[in-house]
Design a protein around this ligand. Structure first.
Ligand code: GLU
Length: 265
């Protein structure tokens, strides 16, 4: 199975902004295991800006784009060093892939990116993808920025024709209402199509630490599903659910791929 797993900043850090090593250890162990089972795994990881904030001893993200880029630049190397340590414990080889949105749209670049992914799979290397925040243009007319890693992970899953995209979130999946403020909220196991009604269930903002929220996850589902890729929102506190997924059991909320999608579209 070809599987893309999105890890957000809130799954990597405590509310203090510091790295949650215990949890990172559990998540990375399971990812190594999935690879050892013979799956082709790609991780899309946020956290560059978060790690950069710690490195530069800032308590808040600066509003200026150029300064935010410095956070990402200083944090990305630390993020990868952290992954080298954790994945290295099991000799699970990793590679860094930094993408901007326009890269995937330019045919000549897209061809190289496709070949790079194929060779990483051939070498048994685990690609760890993030947005190339340092060079992504934030000009609203440029269409160069993903802006959040939910979208990035969906574009990557679509691009490499993954079987499934798993977005690890701080919640079990999609509810009819926000369960934190509505005790009568009902859990939704399967979403055959993302409709306006589904969007209404999503509410607004995300967490304080990451860029995404339920709405960006639904946007991601639309991108993945329209490209023939199933998407699952699952709780990052329960990463072992991925073993259930491998056994064909249902986990989290499944957003079903568009069945009318045909290869090559
Ligand atoms: N690319 C950003 C980072 O690594 C994260 C974007 C997001 O949180 O979705 O800091």
């Amino acid at each position: 199975m070809r599987i893309v797993i999105k890890i957000g900043t809130s799954s990597l850090t405590y509310a203090t902004g510091q790295l949650n090593y215990r949890h990172i250890g559990i998540m990375t162990d399971i990812i190594c295991d999935l690879k050892n089972m013979g799956n082709e795994v790609v991780v899309v990881s946020s956290g560059a800006s978060g790690v950069g904030m710690g490195k530069l001893e800032l308590s808040r993200k600066p509003p200026e784009s150029a300064k935010k880029r410095v956070l990402a630049a200083s944090g990305q190397s630390g993020l990868m060093a952290m992954y080298e340590d954790f994945f290295g414990r099991y000799n699970c080889k990793i590679a860094q892939v930094l993408l901007t949105k326009s890269d995937l749209k330019k045919p000549e670049k897209a061809k190289s990116i496709t070949r790079s992914f194929e060779e990483m799979f051939n070498y048994g290397v685990l690609p760890i993808v993030n947005e190339n925040d340092v060079i992504a243009s934030d000009d609203p007319n440029s269409d160069d920025m993903f802006g959040d890693n939910d979208t990035l992970s969906a574009e990557v899953a679509a691009f490499i024709k993954a079987d499934v995209l798993v977005i690890w979130s701080d919640i079990d999946g999609l509810y009819t209402k926000d369960p934190r403020s509505n005790p009568d909220a009902e859990f939704i196991h399967v979403v055959p199509k993302v409709t306006d009604e589904i969007y209404q269930m999503a509410g607004g903002a995300g967490t304080a630490r990451g860029m995404g929220g339920m709405r960006t996850k639904l946007n991601a589902a639309v991108i993945a599903n329209n490209a023939g890729v199933d998407m699952i929102i699952s709780n990052s506190e329960k990463p072992e659910l991925l073993y259930d997924l491998m056994e064909g059991k249902s986990i989290g909320t499944l957003f079903q791929k568009n069945k009318e999608y045909k290869q090559g579209e």
